[in-house]
Ligand binder design. Structure first.
Ligand SMILES: [Cu+2]
Length: 527
């Protein structure tokens, strides 16, 4: 069961993951709700635009809960697990638990005010009382921004504390394992270096409402995107670390090139903080800045390409073939293939000449949702399933019911995601602008398909969530988990020692687990 005050690294990981799942459900409901609104293009002036404020609130809630809460919960939860899996550990359990609750609960005060500012909160609209459905006084809107500031502060401190704990418990000899190394850089350093820009902006807005401090719109935009671009990498690049650990396990061989994977950290880390300028493409930028946008973004894409190639070669040179029949192996593979398809779709975006065709349209929405639905969500699910396996211990494994729900759910999810994502892309290419509830009627068939795809995804999410949530709540364990007999089946005997379950693999796994737990225990005792 998830402990509200965990004392192990694995428990801390599961706490943050539970936060992510809770908010994911809320933001998913918001998405289905505004998708239902979009089934009607509200273009009839007689009817008026009465539903627009609700639509814009749901869109804002959707974006804010994703970017300010869920991605951080997921990245930090995976970070804690990466430490556990690498024989490292969290040290500051009490601090991180308090930070977890601030991170997750503070934004409720903001949402209660009914913001329709969009998650990027651009001035001057976000500084007008009319941009809030419930809060209408300076004091209350200042409070709403202050609680967002507290959320950002908790994110920064969580990543910093976990990073420090990782350094404290790093292996005495040899390199930091690749999973933990990625987590340290992308769920640790990247967060505490870029999130302060958001925190500063939010504090600035608070002071605007509470003390009349003036806000410079262009400075806001620069501050915001210095955070707003890297934030999209908090989870994917941390998940890369997880895939570097999981895919070799299911391919039954070591990673094709660990050296590439390590060098790639430097490339991804540097360029993820340079590429944000591409968010200013509709600003009247000088040519040299435009010339900066395309290569920085494409070099970053090349770093992702290197990850893809490294994993492809690992799968291709697998001695016994990739084990996609395991739910974790299956999810990792879907995340990987989805990432390639979602990445290719995006290549025209950073190029100045082609960006103009699709800028601010559903094409962009299609791009980042395909990324979110594959590498971020399915990639995290692969890691979460692996976490659950570590949690229940080597004597239990997914039951046939769990496997059925996970395969069906993940397949259905992927089908829905590609229907919705590619329809978004096509509609965007044809000129459908983002964030319109009163959109031109000729786009209605596309909107309908997107909504039906989203409903498929919503339904499939229930399939995937059932075994995960029940295990986290420690309900129905005998239904979702069956004992591993300990008798090795022929297929597992011949597999690599890192085989995910059964046979010799389970012994190795048990040793690893004991190692992780002992370290956790030692640290708890030390405190
Ligand atoms: Cu960007």
């Amino acid at each position: 069961m998830v402990k509200l005050y965990p004392k192990t690294s694995l428990g801390m990981g599961l706490l943050y993951i539970s936060g992510a799942i809770s908010w994911l459900v809320a933001m998913g409901i918001a998405a289905l709700w505004f998708r239902t609104i979009l089934l009607n293009p509200h273009t009839n002036p007689k009817v008026g635009y009465a539903i627009s404020p609700l639509y814009y609130f749901l869109v804002t809630f959707h974006g804010m809960s994703a970017m300010y809460i869920i991605v951080d919960d997921l990245a930090l939860g995976i970070f804690a697990y990466a430490l556990y899996k690498s024989g490292m550990s969290i040290v500051h359990f009490k601090t991180l638990t308090v930070l977890f609750w601030i991170l997750n609960l503070a934004p409720i005060v903001t949402f209660a005010g009914g913001p329709i500012t969009g998650w990027y909160m651009y001035p001057p609209l976000a500084l007008q009382t009319g941009s809030w459905l419930v809060y209408h006084t300076n004091a209350l809107i200042g409070l709403a921004y202050f609680f967002l500031f507290l959320n950002a502060l908790a994110v920064i401190l969580s990543s910093l504390v976990m990073f420090i704990d990782a350094i404290k418990t790093r292996p005495k000899e040899g390199k930091i394992p690749i999973f933990a190394a990625y987590a340290m850089m992308f769920a640790g350093a990247l967060i505490f270096l870029t999130e302060p820009a958001l925190a500063a902006g939010e504090l600035w807005y608070t002071l605007y409402f509470w003390a009349g401090v003036s806000v410079n719109p262009l400075t806001w935009v620069v501050l915001f995107w210095f955070f707003g671009h890297p934030v999209v990498y908090y989870v994917p690049f941390t998940v890369f670390g997880g895939l570097y650990a999981l895919i070799p396990q299911y391919a039954g061989r070591p990673l094709y090139s660990e050296r590439w994977a390590r060098w790639n950290i430097i490339l991804l880390f540097t360029f993820s903080m340079l590429a944000w300028v591409h968010h200013l493409q509709t600003f009247p930028l000088p040519v040299y800045i435009r010339a900066f946008i395309t290569p920085t973004t494409l070099i970053l894409a090349a770093g992702s390409g290197l990850t893809v190639l490294n994993l492809a070669l690992t799968i291709f040179y697998s001695p016994k073939g990739y084990n996609y029949k395991d739910p974790v192996g299956f999810a990792a593979l879907i995340a990987y293939i989805g990432f390639i398809l979602a990445g290719l779709q995006a290549l025209i975006l950073p190029i100045n000449i082609t960006n103009i065709i699709v800028h601010n349209t559903y094409y962009v929405v299609g791009h980042f949702h395909l990324m979110i639905w594959t590498i971020i969500l399915v990639g995290s699910i692969a890691i979460i399933l692996d976490m659950l396996r570590s949690k229940v211990g080597a004597t239990l494994d997914f039951s046939s019911l769990s496997r059925g729900l996970l395969y069906a759910g993940l397949s259905m999810w992927t089908v829905g995601a590609f229907i919705t994502g590619y329809t978004m892309s096509v509609a965007g290419y044809l000129g459908l602008i983002r964030r319109w509830d009163a959109y031109p009627v000729q786009f209605q068939p596309y909107m309908d398909i997107m909504t039906y795809g989203a409903i498929i995804m919503g339904a499939s999410f229930v399939f995937i969530a059932l075994p995960i949530v029940f295990t986290l709540l420690r309900v129905g364990i005998p239904i979702f988990w069956t004992p591993t007999t300990g008798v090795t089946t022929p297929s597992t005997i011949t597999m690599n020692i890192n085989s995910p379950k059964g046979g010799s693999g389970s012994i190795i796994k048990e040793i690893k687990e004991t190692k992780g737990n002992t370290l956790d225990n030692k640290i708890t005792k030390l405190k």
